[in-house]
Design a binder for this molecule. Sequence first.
Ligand code: TRP
Length: 334
Amino acid sequence: MNKKIAVTGIKPTGIPHIGNYFGAIKPALELTKEYDARYFIADYHALNSIKDPKLLQEMTYEVAATWLACGLNPKRSLVYRQSQVPETFDLTSILMAFTPKGLMNRAHAYKAKLAENEELKRDPDDGVNMGLFSYPVLMAADILLFDADVVPVGKDQAQHLEMTVDIAQSINHNYQKELLKIPQALIRKQTETVIGLDGRKMSKSYDNTIPLFLPTKKMRKLVMKIVTNSQTVEERKDPETCNIFALYKLFATPKEQEKMKIRYRAGGMGWGHAKQALFEKMEETISPIRKKYDEIISDKQYIDEILAAGSQKAREIAAEKIQSLKNELGLGTA
Ligand code: TRP
């Protein structure tokens, strides 16, 4: 039996942090065991906000190197760059004809921008490019082009997935045929949300992240900044309400976690010690990946080759899909 297909896009808009690693990268890599995975760099989506060519190029390499270092295997999964699969834009044009403008008006990202403009008493269209406005259509094309069964994403993407389903259904309905496979969103669980330095969700927008590939010294410095309460060394401490322990749990085995809980509850362990223990565990997990990352990122040609090979394969799959779709829509040739 053919494996089911998992598709997801990674927007190259920031340096990956520990929250991304546990929240997105690790679970998506897990899926590659069971699914035929098609994971791509959504560089055209990034272009909506990143207009600095050097930065966009760098981010693309960084994100690709991160995924490869973390274990994405291009021999087993299809890894490519959205901008190198122009069939995506054929499908985008087709989908546009079936996407009501009103649907786009309801998209969260666009609505957030409108609300911001209103608050700042700006013109409602200020800073809204058509890429942002029609963002969900391009995303639907990414997904529908590759016959995705499942799409692993964060909660923030749930609405985009609903829109993808809406658009696909309207096409299938119009032609009374399942021309497009209806995908299912695999929304990440809340428990996969990683806590940041200040105890809130780890997120670029809160400026509380720990980047995945920091030099050792810098990483230790950040770990030392994790916010704690003001209990003294002697006091007995509660691991379950502690930000340090929340992070420790991600890296430590269940046995190590139990041991650490005992140290917390016994008293006599200061926050400095707990942070040091966390740092050491993190270093243990991250340093081998960091080593691979450093190797990969210093060989851009290698990354280019992987992405070019993946994109070529992706184009073959995509071209077939577009051709049959065009025939069905009356856009074919005899
Ligand atoms: N919009 C997604 C994000 O911001 C990235 C993305 C683009 C994507 N195309 C996709 C995710 C297709 C899943 C499927 O994270």
